[in-house]
Design a protein around this ligand. Structure first.
Ligand SMILES: [Zn+2]
Length: 278
């Protein structure tokens, strides 16, 4: 299996979004923070699997640079996030450069539907999109807009397969959805950053990869079990990190969050996370 890390531009958020502060009012704390993170990568992943190409998340679109792309009334887009994406950084052109045809993509697995993960959906009309039931529900309608989903920008053909995690399990993850016939690609629920957030486990020979979306912004934050400042449920986010922590302790795993500047290096060098237990 060849797996490619594709950086579809960069994003900067508030430091208190990366690592939440306070036991209540964490979202407000995030918004009022005046410290920005350095520019962080927006990764998506392309897997050359024997059963077809699998794309995990679709990255961001260069259209974010046009002033009308984000709703100006929404405080998060106005005060909480900055993006830099060039057209040639979008997932489509980058796949072409790698010699991969977007028409050969069989599955597109969405960890969640936030803009920096769903900006490239329009490149894959022929693929089967896999989205959790809860995530799809959270993203649509007025409530979805208030939550910060840009569902107006989803293509009108976008009708994902809704995942309920009834066809697989892996270690501590007792429910999941098996994607491939070889049962080496599995989607598991990892709620927290969003209620319907999911991650992808891929077994390639002796190596296990965990494509973690935004369960944490870096590997270190997962190791330290520090959750972000925007999760709608701190309890779910904590539970998810605890579970990932335990998973990684029982099975050497290359942990790959979407915005960790070191994710690509860990993927290329196949470096599993080491957790020292006291
Ligand atoms: Zn993200």
């Amino acid at each position: 299996m060849r797996i490619h890390a594709i950086e579809t531009g960069v994003v900067s958020i508030k430091t208190r979004q990366r690592q939440g502060v306070g036991s209540t009012g964490r979202r407000l704390n995030t918004l009022l923070d005046n410290m920005w993170t350095e520019w962080l990568p927006i990764y998506c992943w392309v897997v050359e699997h024997p059963e077809g190409i699998i794309v995990i998340d679709t990255g961001e679109t260069a259209r974010t640079c046009s002033p009308s792309y984000f709703p100006r009334w929404h405080p998060y887009f106005r005060f909480g996030v900055r993006m830099r994406v060039e057209p040639e950084q979008e997932v489509g052109p980058q796949m072409k450069k790698l010699g991969l045809s977007i028409n050969d993509v069989r599955w597109t697995i969405m960890t969640h539907l936030h803009t920096d993960h769903s900006g490239g959906i329009s490149y894959f009309p022929r693929s089967e999109f896999l989205v959790s039931r809860q995530e799809y529900k959270s993203s649509v309608g007025l409530k979805g807009k208030l939550r910060g989903y840009l569902s107006d920008h989803f293509p009108n053909w976008f009708e994902p397969r809704i995942i309920d995690y009834t066809s697989g399990e892996y270690g501590i993850f007792r429910t999941g959805y098996t994607v491939t016939e070889a049962a080496d690609v599995l989607v598991i629920p990892t709620p927290g950053h969003t209620l319907g957030h999911q991650s992808v486990i891929i077994r390639d020979g002796e190596i296990t990869y965990l494509f973690a979306g935004d369960t944490s912004y870096t590997e270190q934050l997962m190791i330290d079990r520090n959750i972000d400042g925007v999760s709608p449920s701190s309890r779910l986010a904590q539970d998810t990190l605890a579970r990932i922590h335990e998973f990684i302790c029982t099975e050497p795993t290359v942990y790959l969050p979407s915005h960790d500047p070191l994710s690509k290096q860990r993927l290329v060098q196949k470096i599993p996370t080491t957790i020292f237990k006291l």
